[in-house]
Every structure is written in structure tokens, then in C-alpha cells.
Design a protein around this ligand. Structure first.
Ligand code: SAH
Length: 396
């Protein structure tokens, strides 16, 4: 018997929960018993008064984020169990204790049945991000469970949720800060390459771990090519290109800070390598003036659409961006093009790129269709979790 407050669904609205979809939308709710606080654990009942799920309550269109479909308590042991499963999955992917790679995502929200929680690991530091009021409230218990599950691997836990928490919720202690340790050490290893990871100031959790496998694929195509890494951020794709034997590599980002990070990282791996240059410039301006010097181009822009309403404009943006690359890339060139907008699905994205290709009139073929790596798993009952889409194209 738990004493959780209860959320009752309208008749017929239990359908998606019976298929294990982890969200309860506000429109599906008939009534709420008691007045749950934001972030409180509530029980979800069908209109026929049957228990169906337990999760975090929050005011907004997603009212409950389901933590379990079983009648089990959400306590310290629950977090330990869930984190153990997440760790086992990463162990299966050979990501834990790997000598050449110590950066990976340990918890990917719904993909790990922990909606609202992201944990990235960089060597001995875990960066934890809450996207829901519930995960924020339980952050200390989660951090403790994380330490227990990961043991010696994790010495520091940095909590970084200032920009990801629902801004309207009335939550205390939202500030970023260490929940464990407090290391200034900031060099992590990805596939044998070194990265300065700036979890204090960097975007997201400090580094985009989701491109690890795609960067490796790029390395495979880089030999002898002139490479443009557009939207380079910390320069990830650039050092793989250098290691892969590129003739030259140009990294471009509109943020001067990103260009500094890229230069620092290049110096860390390939000190004094004159094949690399970085430019702080707007993508569209650069693409307009760059001429036809490149035969390998990477386009990995920020999410053009953050919500459904922005979809059409976003698709136009992808078409415009890719059209510029098709216009300029040398014959026999290879284009790595990505979208990380969650609301843009695979078909939408492919269509936007198709339109751009057609505008250029060039012969374009798909070599690879890319997505996020296994440490960013997609819960099959929550297809919305598939957010990263990429195409590798051969342009004649
Ligand atoms: N490819 C990177 C991640 C890119 S994140 C990686 O592998 O880690 C998106 C980047 O686009 C950010 O660094 C941001 O500063 C940059 N950006 C955003 N708008 C831009 C614009 N108009 N022109 C150039 N860069 C831009």
C-alpha cells in the first residue's frame, strides 16, 4: 500500500499506457485526487479504478512521466536497480572500462526508462541533467545510487540543469554544482582522441557524445580529402578527419568560444598540425564565400525545430543549408549531413535533403543512413526518442 496521490484517466485513455508509452498527457486526465506538488510521485489509475502506472507529476502538457508500470516503490533501491540496468547495457556495448574510450551516455531518459534524466560520463566525472521537476527533486538520492552502482569509476558528479528544468516550476536549488567531488580535471577520451570537456560552461553536458560512431565513420572517408566541418562546436569531426589522413580540415562555428575549444582540442591531439584551421563565422555566410575547395563536408547544425509548430520552417532551413553544400561540393565529394531536431523525423529530413539535391541538379546517392549510437537507446514504446538522423551522400 502506498499513499501516493492518484491521477484518474478518462475512459479509454489508458490505451497508450497499456502499450508502455511513458507519458500521460493532461488531456487524458479525468481528475486528480489531492493536490500533488510538482515532482511528486503519483499513481495513475484507469477510469475503472485499476492501477496502471507510477511516475513523476508535473504541471504541463506531459502531466505524468512514468517511472514504472509495476506496483513498486520509487525509493533508493529503485534508482539502484534502474541504474544497474543502464550500466549493464553500456557494458554490453563495451563502453565501460574501455582503454581507448571513456565518454558515453549512461542514462538516456525514456530510452533507459528514466524519463527526464540524462547522465553522461567523461572519465571519472558524471554530468547529470534533469529535464523534469521529479528528477530534480530526487537528484541527491539518484547521485548516491549512481555512486553505489558505478563504484570507483565515478569520483565526481556535476549537476547541470539550470537550462533544462521547466522554468515555471517552483523548484529550490536549481543552481548547477557538484553533488559529489569537484574535479577541475577535464580531459576525456573518445576512440583514442582527447577532448577538453567543459561541463561548467559548455553546451548540454559539455560535449556531444552522440556523434561518436558517426565521427568514426567519417575518419574512414577522410584520407586525401579537403574537409569542411561546419557547426564544429568542440571540433569532434575535425580530429577524426585529421587522424584519417585528410589533406586539410577547416572547422567553422559561429561561436568564438567553440572555435577556441576546437583549437585547444586539435593542439591536444595534433600539436602544430598545419592541415587544420578554424573560423568563427556564420554558416550561411561561409558557405556562400567558400568556393569549391572541399570534397568532404559535414553539416551538423543545432536543432532547427524545438517544437512541432516550427517544423515547416525547420525543414526549409535544412533544405537551404544542404542546397549550399550540393552547389559547392567537388565532384566525387562526400556529404555527411545531420538533423538532431526531435520533431523532424527520418522521412521529413530525407525529403528536405532530397529537395536540396534536386535543386542542385546533381547526381546524389545515399551511402549510409545514420542515427544515434547504442548508448542513446530508443525505447521501442517511445519512438519519439529517436532524434538523431544523418545521411552520408556521394555527390557526382
Ligand atoms: N558537430 C558538433 C556539434 C554541433 S552543435 C559535434 O560533433 O560536437 C551546433 C553548433 O552550431 C554549436 O556549436 C553552435 O555554436 C553552432 N551554430 C549555431 N548557429 C550557427 C550558425 N548560424 N553558423 C555557424 N554555427 C552555428
Amino acid at each position: 500500500m502506498t499513499l501516493n496521490k492518484k491521477v484518474y484517466l478518462k475512459a479509454g485513455k489508458e490505451e497508450s499506457l497499456l502499450r508502455f508509452h511513458p507519458w500521460v498527457f493532461s488531456g487524458a486526465i479525468a481528475r486528480i485526487e489531492g493536490e500533488p506538488e510538482e515532482g511528486e510521485v503519483v499513481d495513475v489509475y484507469t477510469s475503472k479504478n485499476a492501477f496502471i502506472a507510477r511516475g513523476h507529476y508535473q504541471i504541463g502538457s506531459i502531466t505524468v512521466r512514468v517511472l514504472t508500470f509495476a506496483d513498486e516503490p520509487i525509493d533508493y533501491a529503485y534508482w539502484v536497480r534502474r541504474l544497474e540496468v543502464a550500466k549493464d547495457l553500456r557494458r554490453s556495448l563495451h563502453l565501460i572500462g574501455h582503454p581507448q574510450n571513456n565518454t558515453y551516455r549512461l542514462v538516456h531518459g525514456e530510452g533507459d526508462n528514466l524519463p527526464g534524466l540524462i547522465i553522461d560520463v567523461y572519465d571519472h566525472t558524471a554530468v547529470m541533467q534533469a529535464h523534469s521537476a521529479g528528477m530534480h527533486i530526487y537528484r541527491k538520492e539518484i547521485a548516491e545510487a549512481l555512486k553505489e552502482v558505478m563504484g570507483e569509476v565515478i569520483q565526481h558528479i556535476y549537476y547541470k540543469s539550470e537550462t533544462t528544468l521547466p522554468f515555471k516550476a517552483d523548484l529550490l536549488e536549481r543552481e548547477n554544482g557538484f553533488l559529489l567531488g569537484g574535479s577541475p580535471e577535464n580531459i576525456a577520451l573518445e576512440n583514442g582522441l582527447k577532448f577538453h570537456v567543459d561541463w561548467l560552461k559548455g553546451q548540454k553536458t559539455g560535449f556531444f557524445v552522440d556523434q561518436r560512431e558517426n565521427r568514426r565513420l567519417l575518419e574512414h572517408y577522410a584520407a586525401g580529402r579537403s574537409v569542411l566541418n561546419m557547426f564544429c562546436y568542440t571540433g569532434g569531426f575535425s580530429f577524426y578527419a585529421l587522424r584519417g589522413g585528410a589533406k586539410l580540415v577547416h572547422s567553422v562555428d559561429s561561436s568564438a568560444k567553440a572555435i577556441d575549444l576546437t583549437n585547444e582540442n586539435v593542439a591536444l591531439n595534433f600539436p602544430g598540425d598545419e592541415r587544420h584551421q578554424a573560423f568563427a563565422e556564420d554558416a550561411f555566410k561561409y558557405l556562400d564565400r567558400m568556393g569549391d575547395q572541399y570534397d568532404l563536408i559535414i553539416l551538423d547544425p543545432p536543432a532547427f525545430a524545438k517544437h512541432r509548430g516550427a517544423l515547416r520552417n525547420a525543414l526549409r532551413g535544412y533544405t537551404k543549408l544542404n542546397a549550399k553544400a550540393f552547389e559547392k561540393i567537388r565532384p566525387g565529394g562526400i556529404l555527411f549531413t545531420f538533423s538532431c531536431s526531435q520533431v523532424v523525423n527520418k522521412e521529413n529530413f530525407r525529403n528536405a535533403v532530397f529537395t536540396a539535391a534536386a535543386q542542385s541538379g546533381r547526381s546524389v546517392r545515399i551511402l549510409h543512413q545514420l542515427t544515434q549510437p547504442g548508448d542513446h537507446p530508443v525505447n521501442i514504446y517511445h519512438p519519439e526518442g529517436e532524434y538523431l538522423k544523418g545521411l552520408v551522400l556521394y555527390v557526382e
